[in-house]
Design a protein around this ligand. Structure first.
Ligand code: OAD
Length: 243
C-alpha cells in the first residue's frame, strides 16, 4: 500500500471529527468537466461572460442556457465509488461534515446528508426579486431565462464570481473545522480561495490536512498527507484499507 495511504488510515483510525472539502475534480470520474486544466470549462468559456452578476444582467438568457447545458450533463451523470465512500464516511466517524464547492448534487445523491453546498446548487433557481428558491427537476428547461411565479427573473441558485458566500454556511463550516482533527481537500485547484482558507483555519486549529489530487497545487505544501491519484481510485483504496 502507498505509504501516504497507510499514514492516512492510521490518522483516520484515531480521528473523531472529520471534514471533507471537495472541488470539481471530485466529479471528474463521473464525467463532469472541471473548470481549470487542459479540458476544463474555462478553456472554452469566459467566466466573466457566464458566471458573474454583470453577465446575468447583460444577457440572462445566455447565462441560463450555459447553466442548463451543464445541468443536463449533471442530470445524466452518476455518483462514482469515491462519492459512495464519502457517504459511508459520514456514518463511520462520530462527527462528520462535507463542504463541497460542487453544484452538481452528486454528493447528496450518493447519500451525504451532513453537507454544506457552499457554492449552491445547479438544480435550484432563486427569484431575483422575492428570493423564493425552487427545484428545477429533471425536465429540460426550454423557456429561458426562467421566471418566478411572481413574474420577476429567476437565476441559478449558485455563487458567482464577485458575490459573497452565505455567511451562515461559512460560519457553520468554520464552527465544525474549529474542532476537526482530520480534514481532506479532494480535487480542488485552490484557485478559489475560500475553501483553501477553510482548510487553513482547520490546520491552525490542529487538524491534519490531507491533499488528494492527481496534481500538486499551490496549497499542497501546507498539507500533512499528500496523495497523488484520482478521487475514485484513492478513496476506494483508503476505504478498503480502513475496514
Ligand atoms: P478546478 O477546476 O479549479 O480544479 C479541479 C482540480 O481537480 C484540479 O486541481 C485537478 O488537478 C483536480 N482533478 C482532476 N481530475 C481529478 C480526479 N479524477 N480526482 C481528483 N482530483 C482531480 O476546480 P475547483 O478548485 O473546484 O466557481 O474550482 C472551484 C471553482 O472554480 C468552481 O466552483 C467554479 C470555478 O470557477 C465558480 O463558478 C464561481
Amino acid at each position: 500500500m502507498n505509504s501516504q495511504i497507510s499514514k492516512l488510515v492510521e490518522a483516520a483510525q484515531k480521528a473523531r471529527n472529520v471534514a471533507v472539502i471537495t472541488g470539481a475534480g471530485m466529479s471528474r470520474e463521473s464525467g463532469i468537466p472541471t473548470f481549470r486544466g487542459p479540458d476544463g470549462l474555462w478553456k472554452n468559456f469566459r467566466p466573466e461572460e457566464l458566471a458573474t452578476p454583470e453577465a446575468f444582467q447583460k444577457d440572462p438568457a445566455l447565462v441560463w442556457e450555459w447553466y442548463e447545458w451543464r445541468r443536463q450533463i449533471v442530470l445524466k451523470a452518476e455518483p462514482h465509488e469515491g462519492h459512495r465512500v464519502i457517504a459511508a464516511m459520514e456514518k463511520f466517524f462520530p462527527e462528520f461534515l462535507l463542504i463541497t464547492q460542487n453544484v452538481d448534487g452528486l454528493h447528496p445523491r450518493a447519500g451525504n446528508r451532513k453537507l454544506i453546498e457552499i457554492h449552491g446548487s445547479i438544480n435550484r433557481a432563486r427569484c431575483t426579486k422575492c428570493a423564493t428558491r425552487f427545484e428545477l427537476g429533471s425536465r429540460v428547461l426550454s423557456e429561458l431565462p426562467l421566471r418566478c411565479d411572481c413574474g420577476a427573473l429567476a437565476r441559478p441558485d449558485v455563487v458567482w464570481f464577485g458575490e459573497s458566500y452565505d455567511s451562515n454556511l461559512l460560519s457553520a463550516s468554520l464552527d465544525f473545522l474549529g474542532s476537526a482533527d482530520l480534514v481532506w481537500v479532494v480535487g480542488s485547484s485552490g484557485m478559489v480561495s475560500v475553501p483553501v482558507y477553510l482548510a487553513a483555519q482547520a490546520r491552525e486549529n490542529g487538524a491534519l490536512l490531507v491533499d488528494l489530487n492527481p496534481e500538486e497545487a499551490e496549497f499542497s505544501r501546507y498539507c500533512d498527507i499528500k496523495i497523488r491519484g484520482t478521487a475514485g481510485q484513492v478513496l476506494s483504496e483508503f476505504w478498503k484499507a480502513l475496514q
